[in-house]
Design a protein around this ligand. Structure first.
Ligand code: ZN
Length: 244
């Protein structure tokens, strides 16, 4: 791992990290962080309709296509490490063994921050399930009694990235990140997601809208930063500061 700062991004399915955190990932890689992405499933059953509609495909073929897309996107974002747990989707479930596997990754990466899905998602319960599991694994990784002798985890912030159909998700951003300088990388990663072409324009528009919120909250007409593309996040834990 070296001495670089690091981040850990959770993705329920193979493409989630691209739409929701691709800019944050590319930006932090560029700033010298080592970003690790864990895809818990390929989204092979629930988020690969385009492949299934073609007919005459097996689940292994769909998984393999989604993995290829994901790896290509990871390359476009210059991701340090991407791991596939292949736990299955719709529904995605983690037993104790899978949770301990994730705890091992968390302890190894020792992230300065983590990212995951919104707390609530009635359209896609896999997404909210992952965040619940991540918080559980974060807690286990902090426990001195879990695999004593290993380096325990500190208290990295968890940022919840923007879900689909935002207003239905009880998700409220408190951070906007300017991703303008890495937008080309994010768009290239988005275009690797051949199975979900219907979302390309949607997530481009979303980044432009969030940039509007960035500009307004950074000073607006009075001298705000001229962001063209941004991502929004909701932080889970309080910040600890010495000045405001
Ligand atoms: Zn998903």
């Amino acid at each position: 791992m070296g001495n670089n700062k690091s981040a850990l991004v959770m993705s329920a399915h193979a493409a989630d990290f691209v739409w929701r955190a691709g800019g944050a990932i590319a930006l932090h890689q560029k700033a010298g962080y080592d970003v690790t992405v864990v895809c818990l499933s390929y989204g092979e059953r629930g988020e690969s309709a385009k492949y299934w509609k073609k007919g005459d495909v097996t689940i292994d073929q769909v998984k393999s296509e989604r993995r290829k897309e994901s790896e290509a996107a990871a390359k476009a974002l210059n991701i340090h490490d991407i791991q596939f747990f292949d736990l299955g989707d719709y529904p995605l479930e983690m037993d104790r063994e899978a949770k301990y596997r994730l705890v091992d990754v968390i302890r190894k990466v020792q992230p300065d921050f983590m990212m995951s899905h919104s707390f609530y998602d009635p359209y896609n319960t896999d997404h909210s399930y992952v965040t619940k599991a991540l918080l559980e694994c974060r807690m286990i990784a902090q426990a001195w009694g879990h695999n004593p002798g290993e380096k325990i985890l500190g208290a990295p912030q968890v940022y919840l990235f923007e879900p689909h159909q935002t207003e239905q998700m009880q998700w409220k951003p408190d951070v906007f990140l300017d991703i303008t300088e890495v937008w080309d990388q994010k768009r290239a990663a988005i275009e690797c997601m051949q199975g979900q072409e219907h979302l390309w324009t949607y997530y481009t528009n979303l980044a432009q809208n969030r940039a509007n919120h960035f500009r307004r909250n950074s000073g607006g007409q009075a001298g705000g930063k001229d962001a063209k593309y941004a991502e929004g996040f909701q932080s889970v834990f309080p910040r600890t500061v010495s000045s405001l």
